[in-house]
Write a protein that binds this ligand. Structure first.
Ligand SMILES: [Zn+2]
Ligand SMILES: [Zn+2]
Length: 339
């Protein structure tokens, strides 16, 4: 076990040779961060290393941290161990962590997806001996439609509501999903207004050079008749809250991978559910794992036993790390399975 480049420690995933952690959940001296979602990037570490593209979103979430950045593919030596960050295609700045030491290569995926996303660099498979993978949607039922189809559906729903004089309130996670939707919808349909939790992330994306259509904070809008043609992006927590009253007549929807689950939309009593995820679906996970050429795979979160069994059936060495990564940051809906 001591030969392993990454092991489990109470603080998080740990590289003994380099004396650093990957996305630790307890405060540590040196943290390598795959991306700025709350369950991966926590406050309290002494030093942080993340991708250059993650800087604005990380600082928006964590404030004034001691942050070292590296360009994708750039090697950083930590206590004699070569570390590099490679695009994970999950959200802006998301990275896989490649660790090379004594002739061996391990890669920790963080969260990732293979589908196109106009707001971040595409996933780049890294050849490695051991691949540490997420498995958030690691069940055969999860298969995503092309995002262009989903965005066309969202735009059609918005246009229909606008024609009927109803606001279109779309619940989605404030970081990542919201910006991907902004970049994907037909912004000519009407004004786009966002919850106060969304706009700081929009600003971080724009500061990072990602083109997004114009957005207005809900609280800045004085002419309430504007809502009748508007697309409103809000975090799921706003659903059913007094915050919604201002919209008058509205249609509501939720954009999440969990919307593929029969009943998830109904349980939330939503008008629509759009299946849109920033995680790999079942074929995407398999494709990504195969592309690494890894003979050993370690599964961190999601449908872990299902994925481990599938990998073993294919003759790979497979096991699991018990992590505190969740899906609440990304795709959780009330009533989503505790995976
Ligand atoms: Zn994430
Ligand atoms: Zn995650």
């Amino acid at each position: 076990m001591t030969d392993d480049l990454v092991i489990q420690r109470p603080e998080g995933l740990y590289c003994p040779a380099g004396d650093f952690f990957i996305d630790p959940w307890r405060p540590v001296a040196r943290a390598v961060i795959t991306h700025a979602h709350a369950d991966h990037a926590r406050s309290g570490h002494t030093r942080y290393l993340a991708a250059v593209a993650a800087e604005h979103v990380l600082r928006t979430r964590l404030g004034d941290i001691a942050l070292q950045t590296a360009a994708y593919g750039e090697g950083v030596t930590i206590n004699g161990v070569r570390v590099s960050l490679h695009p994970a295609g999950h959200v802006l700045g998301s990275a896989q962590v490649r660790i090379e030491h004594a002739g061996r290569v391990w890669v920790a995926s963080g969260d990732y997806k293979l589908q196109p996303d106009a707001t971040c660099a595409p996933f780049e498979p890294q050849h490695c001996d051991v691949f540490i993978t997420e498995s958030t949607f690691g069940l055969p039922i999860y298969r995503w439609a092309p995002p262009t189809e989903v965005f066309a559906d969202i735009s059609a729903w918005w246009a229909g509501n606008a024609a009927a004089g109803r606001a279109s309130v779309l619940f989605c996670y404030a970081f990542g999903k919201a910006q991907r939707i902004l970049a994907g919808v037909d912004a000519s349909i009407g004004p786009i207004v966002v919850h106060g939790a969304v706009e700081p992330l929009n600003a971080a994306y724009r500061a990072s050079g990602v083109a997004l259509p114009a957005t207005q904070r809900v609280s800045d809008i004085t002419d309430k008749t504007l809502f009748a043609r508007a697309l409103v992006l809000a975090p799921p927590a706003a659903a059913g809250s007094p915050w919604m009253k201002r919209f008058g007549d509205y249609s509501d929807a939720f954009a999440s991978g969990w919307m593929q689950l029969r009943g998830a939309r109904r349980r939330r009593a939503l008008d629509r559910g759009f299946v849109l995820s920033d995680h790999a679906d079942w074929p995407g996970l398999q494709q990504a794992i195969a592309a690494t050429g890894a003979q050993r795979v370690i599964v961190t979160h999601g449908y872990v036993p299902v994925m481990v069994r599938w990998l073993r059936e294919r003759g790979l060495q497979a096991d699991a790390f018990d992590t505190e990564f969740g899906d609440a940051h990304e795709d959780a809906a009330e009533g989503a399975p505790a995976a």
